[in-house]
Design a protein around this ligand. Sequence first.
Ligand code: TYM
Length: 315
Amino acid sequence: MSRKVLLSGVKPTGAPHIGNYFGAMKQFVDLQKEHDGYVFIADYHALNFIQDKEEMKKNIIGILLDYLAIGLDPEKLTIFKQSDIFEHTELAWIFDTFTTMPYLERAHAYKDAKAKNKEINVGTFNYPMLMAADILLYGPDIVPVGQDQKQHVEYARDTAEKFNRIFGETFKLPEPMILKDVAIVLGTDGRKMSKSYNNTIPLFAEYEEIKKCVMSIVTDSSGGIPKNVYAIHKLFRPEDELKKIYAEKSGKYKELKELLIEDLEKFIAPLREKRKEFAKDIPKALKILKAGSEKAKIIASRKMEEVRDKIGVNV
Ligand code: TYM
């Protein structure tokens, strides 16, 4: 029986945090044993947020090192860069031509930006169509993501259905894979962990940074258990163990935070060291990326040939 295929991506918008890791990136590593698939750097999505050449380059190399440091194995999964495969933007355009504005206006990210009276660029508005193209070009069975991407995978699914209906069976319908316990990892202020809320614990933080982040966790004094500390802590210890510790140390917020710092350091230190090793040879990492993009290109261009044929532009 052929192995199932996974596909997912991360935007290179700066240091990933433990929410990205537990919500999605860890699944890439866990699943690579039994799946084939693709993990890519969503740089054209990031261009909506990062419009600075040096920063973009730094972030792309950064996320590549992050992927390698967490244990993504290029022998098992194809690691590639979105902008290397122009088929993504080409297919996104084709999707734009039969997707209606009211349908895209229902996207959470667009609605949030609008509610905040932000000026919205067309790239942000069309974001779900590029993401649909990312996914559908490769026909994955599953798309491991956090809860905040669920709607985007549903857009990809709807778009595949619509294309298939208009032009004939072409795309496989993707399924999101969202793990319940880590669907929304909470940040230091109890809201969803997110770079834009400034409430993150970076996945490769140095010890001093870990300390600073943990000390900044907002604790309310309503009970003995600081719930924001606990919510993060449960990612690193089994809950039955943790419940006992939190009961024993009820009300001792400082001690509990110190224990969380220790547990975070134990978890992060080996990842940090691995990342430093990979960072010593960036040309080697870039070679891995180039080889991955070449592999992905073959699949994407084959699919696009089929799409061009179906829509009638191949004459
Ligand atoms: P991005 O770069 O914002 O986030 C990467 C992954 O991390 C997950 N995530 C979280 N999970 C749980 N708790 C949190 N607090 C948390 N914060 C982030 C995200 O859900 C995501 O899975 N649009 C995507 C990138 C993308 C993509 C794709 C993903 C582009 N094309 C095709 C899958 C398939 C994004 O912005 O993720």
